[in-house]
Ligand binder design. Structure first.
Ligand code: C2E
Ligand code: MG
Ligand code: MG
Ligand code: MG
Length: 292
């Protein structure tokens, strides 16, 4: 009897493993040429300034839709793009989309809007990274401070000789460097000492655990205070409820990003949010200062 359970378990696992392996192989196969076939898109997620309720900027996030695989999440394909090197052209693609978007938004709404992109370890192995980012920003007639570059601990751990150098150059040139997924790594504190971060993004696991274990709140408060003492501003990631946003505001958190404010959306939808937001504010303004 036990033997047959064992056999079923075994075949269940091999089946699951085969499925996983074959999906991975299919992703590896399909990821080449995905860009050329027009399967990639940029989505944008709004970043809210908690203090005055204004839209501070947006993070650009890659989306991949493939005829055979359907929608593949970045969590699945970014690591493979990284290993195979296709992250390089993908990184240029998302930067272009991001700068286009920021320029249009700035012309339509406000000049301080900033766009964020994620940079991965592989991109830092390219000695031309700083130059190619600078060139693209110049091509679009944008300023370095219009672009936020998000890096995770993975970039710093890879420990390539160029990394610190590249980050210093980018920071000196005026780009905004931010530490993504803060709190999930091994030695985030020492990175804050070494690297020129302007923004720290508290990982969404801390936000989703707020008011659950009693410790997340204390860690968030301490992180915000520490960051502010270092002159670093803070974005809370994964804000899903009004309660979380209210609490973060009370904690003096600077910015919020999450489904409560908006999901990542295509650029035309981002513009609709901008138009809607502008109308709300114009209405508020006319109510506050009624025309006599
Ligand atoms: P990330 O940079 O930390 O991006 C935030 C992720 O959290 C996004 O997942 C976003 O959709 C998700 N998110 C935002 N708000 C909420 C929320 O309220 N609740 C929940 N549950 N999730 C929320 P996404 O788009 O699947 O991206 C996953 C990761 O893939 C990103 O994490 C980033 O590390 C990477 N990635 C995405 N696009 C790019 C890219 O263009 N280049 C590179 N190098 N990495 C990218
Ligand atoms: Mg990010
Ligand atoms: Mg993050
Ligand atoms: Mg993440």
């Amino acid at each position: 009897h036990t033997k047959s359970i064992g056999r079923n378990t075994y075949s269940y696992f091999t089946h699951a493993m085969n499925k996983e392996v074959s999906r991975r192989l299919a992703i590896e196969e399909q990821i080449h040429g995905a860009l050329e076939r027009g399967e990639l898109q940029a989505h944008f997620q709004i970043q809210l300034d908690i203090r005055d309720g204004s839209i501070m900027g947006a993070e650009a996030l890659l989306r991949w839709n493939n005829p055979a695989l359907g929608n593949v999440s970045p969590a699945e394909f970014i690591p493979i793009a990284e290993q195979t090197g296709v992250i390089e052209p993908m990184g240029e693609f998302i930067l272009t989309r991001a700068l286009e978007a920021a320029r249009i938004w700035q012309n339509k709404f406000n000049d301080n809007f900033r766009v964020a992109i994620n940079l991965s370890p592989r991109q830092f192995r390219n000695p031309n990274l700083v130059q190619s980012i600078t060139d693209q920003v110049n091509t679009f007639g944008m300023r370095p401070e219009d672009l936020e570059l998000e890096i995770t601990e993975g970039v710093l751990l890879s420990g390539h000789a160029y990394t610190l150098d590249a980050l210093k150059q980018l920071s000196d040139a005026g780009f905004c460097i931010s530490m993504d997924d803060f709190g999930t790594g091994y030695s985030s504190l020492s990175y804050l000492r070494t690297y020129p971060f302007e923004i720290l993004k508290i990982d969404r696991s801390f936000i989703s655990d707020m008011n659950k274990d009693g410790k997340s709140n204390e860690l968030i408060i301490a992180t915000i205070e520490m960051a502010h003492a270092l002159g670093i501003r803070v974005i809370a990631e994964g804000v899903e409820t009004q309660e979380q946003l209210d609490e973060l505001s009370f904690m003096m958190c600077d910015y919020a990003q999450g489904f409560l404010i908006s999901k990542p959306v295509p650029f035309d939808e981002l513009l609709e949010i901008g138009i809607h937001y502008k109308e709300i504010h114009e209405n508020l303004a006319t109510q506050e200062n009624p025309i006599p």
